[in-house]
Design a protein around this ligand. Structure first.
Ligand code: UDP
Ligand code: MG
Length: 317
């Protein structure tokens, strides 16, 4: 069998501090895998600059000059992690046999790549990297992240537990994945939908080597909401059930009011009135918010805007 060409896809946003440290590690991994005879020497480390404001793109260009295994593309502006990974995967899909997406901060153990490639050679088309523990994450990050996965599955969005965006995808799957045209991206929920034989490998998650997290709580919540609303309509169903309960209670209230009026006790009740109005209007506003979230998604999808725009490539220079 011909040795597969591997593209390691790495999104980078303001990563001037870590890139010089981790880039040689990725290159070393490619050389190591090639030396073991697992992958072709035409494999590449593909950096995706996500509109960084610091010197990240200069560093990528310099790396590309220093070794032919490094290549880079630059997005025309910052569009977020998911779009950056997608841009890299789509760039790689026609030239590689397998892609592995990984963050550039050295948190994910690159030695898991050996096992990922091995699983591919054994016939798997998708291999998910799964964190075996979160010892090195702060308590806050760990609990919020775990809550994130629990909440997602409660809301009907199926994701691989403790799997972020460290995964191997074969070119075959990438070509099918290219047909998923949605603008609201939640890669880790979309890849399982494509299907094909998959498995997962465990790895230890380390601390960030340098720089700070680009995923504060605010972005994590946005990602969770995006994930749920782009993968599942369960929130709409919950509104429906909740609406039915409230409707039933209102019906009981109406009967009660009529009986009270007929038996001549109708004067009382400013407090009960106020409570009911506040409760029902609160519930309605909340439900409208959830529906609005879906309408907003439809709005964004209807525009068919490009999901990423590549403004520069190191290969072109
Ligand atoms: N990232 C990106 N665009 C963004 C934010 C982050 O390309 O708008 C990249 C970042 O450079 C890193 C990866 O996404 O390679 C994950 O980000 P980070 O390590 O900050 O997230 P955390 O590991 O803390 O969840
Ligand atoms: Mg990180």
């Amino acid at each position: 069998m011909k040795r597969p060409i591997l593209y390691i896809v790495i999104p980078c946003y303001n990563e001037e501090e870590v890139l010089p440290i981790t880039a040689p590690q990725f290159l070393g991994k490619i050389k190591d895998l090639a030396a073991q005879g697992l992958i072709s020497d035409d494999s590449r480390v593909l950096f995706v600059n996500d509109g960084s404001r610091d010197r990240t793109w200069e560093i990528i260009k310099r790396l590309a000059k220093s070794d032919e295994h490094y290549i880079g593309i630059s997005q025309s502006r910052n569009r977020g992690h998911q779009a950056a990974v997608l841009a890299g995967l789509m760039e790689a899909k026609d030239v590689c046999d397998i892609s592995i997406s990984i963050d550039c901060d050295g948190q994910d153990d690159i030695d898991a790549m050996d096992r990922m490639v091995q699983e591919y050679l054994n016939g798997c088309e998708v291999v998910y990297g799964v964190r075996s523990s979160r010892k090195t994450d702060t308590f806050f990050k760990r609990t919020t992240a775990q809550g994130f996965y629990k909440f997602l599955s409660m809301m009907g969005a199926e994701v691989v537990y403790n799997h972020a965006d460290y995964r191997l995808i074969s070119a075959k799957v990438l070509k099918e994945f290219a047909n998923y045209k949605e603008v609201n991206l939640f890669l880790r929920g979309m890849v399982p939908l494509v299907g094909f034989k998959s498995t997962s490998v465990e790895y230890e998650r380390h601390e960030r080597i340098a720089g700070e997290s680009k995923y504060p709580l605010r972005k994590m919540i946005a990602l969770a909401v995006d994930g749920i609303t782009s993968l599942s309509v369960k929130p709409l169903r919950l509104i429906m059930s909740f609406g039915m309960i409230v409707a039933f209670l209102s019906f009981v209230g109406v009967v009660w009011a009529i009986i009270a009026a007929l038996s001549g006790h109708a004067v009382a009740g400013w407090a009960s009135m106020t409570c009911i109005i506040c409760f029902v209007s609160g519930v309605q506003l909340m439900c409208m918010g959830i529906i609005g979230e879906y309408v907003g998604k439809i709005y964004m999808e209807a525009k068919h805007r490009p999901r990423y725009i590549i403004s520069e490539r190191t290969q072109d220079e």
